[in-house]
Design a protein around this ligand. Structure first.
Ligand code: SF4
Length: 379
């Protein structure tokens, strides 16, 4: 069976760091951005021969905030890929952007260079919450950017939301979902806040400035959001991702189905030729050596058959429709029950896993303890 192949492009720049963020991103001037984009171009150009036999079904330009970089620099990189790589004409090409970092002309340029999907970070509708987590925009700014994107012709837009934010109430979640769904984006993701070590928000929690949402509140908020989004026509297709019919993200699906992808840019991760690795996160090293992928490649791990089986199960079970028994057999020459029969039976009896003729998937109860269940698929 032919598998989708994806490309990820990392743009590590942001206007300012959000207080909860531990991604590889930072503020930086135009000159440094130009140098970085040149190095990125060199990396993509040099890697071309290794990728020519793959058909690219999705490209994801993420970060960071790709929209802080001048559109012409992104256009050059994307143009090279489209001209020199084997990109499917129907490929999903997504770009992340933050409200307040785009204007009409820029959006039209993104459209013209072939970007056909936007992913916008809103997180919450309440300006008080946006301020607490250090976002650079207000809800109004988001709304303006959303309308500009529609005017520029984008017909496939994702909006990112966050749950369990400091002082966020169920009423806040309700208002956020009402306002966002009224705009009619095609896709919505809703992740719970993870308090990461080393972030200013973690310090504030440690000092008692904010109180962490307890597990019970977090689960209630999540289920409330799921139900409300379903009612508004957004089907949940993965633990935290919702879409109108036919707008499930191809790039996301590729990760959850453990298909291969190549990441370009500072710190970008890849799964390529059966190996997982990432690029250096040292900017100087990246700028000087991006043309030689062996020099910037780090932490290479060749996956064993057991690793692949485990990943296929715990990533696949994130999806609402779960794992296909036929695909499992196709990939590994074994049935799911040969390997995981006991685990599946155990969780079926507890009402946390469901099994049909074709598939195995988590129930709603199983979703709440997904990490515990996933750990049982480790071989
Ligand atoms: S915009 Fe995104 S990548 Fe940038 S600091 Fe905020 S959360 Fe991190």
């Amino acid at each position: 069976m032919k598998q989708d192949f994806g490309i990820y492009i990392h743009i590590p720049f942001c206007v300012r760091k959000c207080l909860y963020c531990d991604f590889l991103s930072f503020a930086c001037d135009k000159d440094a951005q130009e140098k970085y984009m040149e190095a990125l171009y060199n990396e993509i150009k040099a890697f071309g021969p290794f990728i020519r036999n793959r058909e690219v079904s999705s490209i994801f330009i993420g970060g960071g905030t790709p929209s802080v970089v001048e559109p012409r620099l992104l256009g050059r990189v994307l143009g090279f890929i489209k001209e020199n790589y084997n990109v499917n004409p129907d490929a999903e090409i997504t770009m992340e952007l933050n409200p307040g970092t785009v204007n009409k002309e820029g959006l039209e340029e993104y459209k013209a260079m072939g970007i056909n999907r936007l992913s916008m970070g809103l997180q919450a509708w309440q300006d008080r919450l946006l301020k607490i987590i250090g976002r650079i925009h207000t809800a109004k700014r988001f709304e303006e950017s959303f309308f500009l994107a529609r005017e520029a012709g984008f017909k496939n837009i994702n909006v990112d939301l966050m749950l369990s934010l400091p002082s966020q109430t169920m009423e806040d979640v309700k208002e956020t979902i009402e306002k966002v769904t009224a705009l009619g984006p095609e896709h919505i993701s809703a992740y719970s806040l993870i308090i990461e070590e080393g972030t200013p928000l973690k310090d504030m929690f440690d000092k008692g400035v904010y109180e962490e949402a307890d597990e019970d509140t977090d689960r209630k908020m999540y289920h409330f959001a799921c139900e409300m989004l379903e009612q508004k026509g957004y089907g949940r297709y993965e633990i935290s991702n919702f879409a109108k019919k036919g707008f499930e993200s191809r790039h996301n699906m590729l990760y959850w189905r453990t298909n291969e992808y190549k990441g370009f840019g500072l710190g970008a991760s890849s799964y390529f030729n059966g190996e997982r690795f990432h690029n250096t996160d040292n900017m100087e090293m990246y700028l000087n050596s991006s043309y030689d992928h062996n020099m910037i490649k780090e932490d290479t791990e060749k996956l064993t058959k057991e690793d692949k089986i485990s990943e296929f199960m715990f990533m696949g079970m994130r999806m609402t429709k779960g794992v296909s028994k036929a695909e499992f057999y196709d990939r590994f020459g074994l049935t799911i029950s040969d390997i995981f029969g006991e685990v599946i039976d155990k969780y079926k009896k507890m009402g946390m896993v469901c099994e049909t003729e074709e598939r195995v998937f988590l129930t709603s109860e199983g979703t709440d303890v997904s990490n515990v269940i996933f750990s049982e698929f480790l071989l």
